[in-house]
Design a protein around this ligand. Structure first.
Ligand SMILES: [Cu+2]
Length: 473
């Protein structure tokens, strides 16, 4: 071979390796990542967060105590990681509330820094929302009180303080908040918590050699880790009986999008999005969730054989594995219909707002400026219905877009790039992904008074100022 050919080959190989490296760095994954349908012998079992005990005996009143605290968590054998958690060392308990119930929360801050607890997806007054205005100083507590008035849904809670939301969530502060109502009671779907109704809080983390978290921002869009954690365990395993299982999935990552699928390409049924049930189960092979978004899915394991292994993956990344166990009598079903959704009335819209999400890395803005806690960006009257048109710029180097979240309310997606939204976006939501160069129109009603944040849920973007605040009065 001539020297010229060898040189050309070397250059092409070099370009290929750089390309693989760029894709790997950017996506946090490599083409050779392992998603084989086998389970390591020393694989960790999926931890199931405890259900927090309601400390009030009155069935119409609930009282919950949570404590934000420091701890040590062992993610690998013989190594401990300094972490944060609620009532424990990493993540928190699951809080279950009912529609119509009065809930009294007591949040104690045992950290050495300020924190707050935002009830993500809960329709409550600004005072109870737990945003940056409800700071809890170290050694003090916060006692919000509210009546739950929204349909059954899988919500979550996490800190929302200026300057340390991203790091506190990364170190472990997050938990699930489940709302139940008469419709979720009535549906014959799996609802035995921890048995056939399983929460999956999915996050990604990087570790230093000494076991501590490696929180370092990449140049693109926030902090992505190279290990996947589910309920605080690295790529764990769950043994499932041969029944219908319900999974409540939260993308609790700081910045990573997930596009979930099963390794055997089996179909599952999405039954709920952020704000509650869809009208009917949606048969699907793929579920996209950006940071902050949730979904509930039903997976039917009844036709599998004992010891079959099915991997839940996102692209080439292994998220967790299911090992099929015994046949068991299952009286639950995948219903034909779920709930009737009452659409917000477009003819009652009194205002249209535009939200421009711009930039990448630390150079981000919302409507051309950065967040200022002393500035109210928008005013809305109580009960008003508005259309918000959210756009993102088309970014250089293929930025991934922004998950847009509004506090204290739920909304419906009217259109995406002028077209009807996908079927799984037709229920109520509180976080919507707006891809690079996209325009998403939502319809939203503000039912409670107070000051609320709206922002990008890539936590590093939020911290860098991609956030505004509105006052409802
Ligand atoms: Cu963003």
């Amino acid at each position: 071979m001539s020297r010229k050919w060898i040189l050309t080959l070397l250059i092409m190989l070099g370009i290929f390796l750089i390309w693989v490296g760029m894709v790997g760095l950017y996506m946090g994954e490599f083409p050779w990542s392992n998603t084989d349908d086998v389970v390591d012998e020393d694989a960790i079992m999926l931890p199931i967060p405890v259900l927090l005990v309601d400390e009030n005996e009155d069935k119409n009143i609930a009282e919950y105590n949570i404590v934000a605290q420091q701890g040590q968590t062992s993610f690998f054998n013989n190594v401990s990681t300094p972490t944060l958690g609620y009532n424990g060392s990493f993540l928190g308990p699951v809080i279950k509330v009912r529609r119509g119930e009065l809930v009294n929360m007591r949040v104690q801050n045992d950290l050495s820094e300020d924190t707050s607890v935002h009830w993500h997806g809960l329709e409550v007054s600004g005072e109870s929302d737990g945003g940056p205005h409800q700071v809890i100083r170290p050694g003090t507590f916060w006692q919000p009180s509210f009546v739950v008035d929204q349909p059954a849904a899988t919500l979550w809670f996490h800190p929302h303080v200026i300057g340390s939301t991203a790091t506190q969530v990364y170190r472990g502060l997050a938990g699930l908040l489940i709302v139940e109502d008469e419709y979720s009671d009535r549906l014959n779907i799996p609802k035995d918590y921890g048995v056939n109704d399983i929460p999956l809080i999915i996050q990604d983390r990087s570790f230093n050699n000494d076991g501590s978290f490696d929180y370092s921002s990449n140049m693109m869009d926030g902090v992505v880790g190279d290990e996947i954690l589910v309920n605080g365990a690295i790529t764990p395993v769950l043994e499932v009986d041969r029944v219908i299982m319900r999974f409540r999935i939260v993308n609790g990552a700081n910045a990573r999008n997930f596009s979930f699928e099963l390794s055997n390409q089996a179909e599952f049924y999405q039954i709920a999005s952020d704000g509650g049930f869809l009208e009917e189960p949606l048969q699907s092979r793929r579920l996209f969730l950006s940071p902050g978004e949730r979904a509930e899915i039903l997976v039917d394991f009844s036709d599998y054989n004992e010891n079959d292994v099915i991997v839940l993956k996102s692209g080439n990344i292994r998220v967790m594995s299911f090992v099929v166990g015994k046949q068991r009598t299952d009286t639950t079903e995948i219903p034909k219909t779920l709930v009737k959704i009452e659409d917000l009335d477009v003819s009652k819209v009194t205002g249209i707002k535009t939200i421009e999400l711009d930039g990448m890395g630390h150079m981000v803005s919302l409507n051309g400026r950065q967040f200022d806690i002393d500035r109210i960006d928008d005013n809305v009257s109580l009960g008003a219905i508005e259309i918000w048109e959210i756009t993102t710029s088309r970014m250089m180097m293929g930025g991934t877009g922004h998950p847009f979240h509004i506090h204290g309310t739920r909304f419906q997606v009217l259109s995406r790039n002028g077209r009807e939204p996908d079927e799984n976006e037709r229920g109520f939501k509180d976080t919507v992904f707006v891809g690079a160069g996209e325009t998403v129109r939502i319809i939203v009603q503000f039912k409670h008074k107070g000051i609320y944040m709206y922002h990008c849920h890539i936590l590093e973007h939020e911290e860098a100022g991609m956030m505004g605040q509105l006052e409802v009065e």
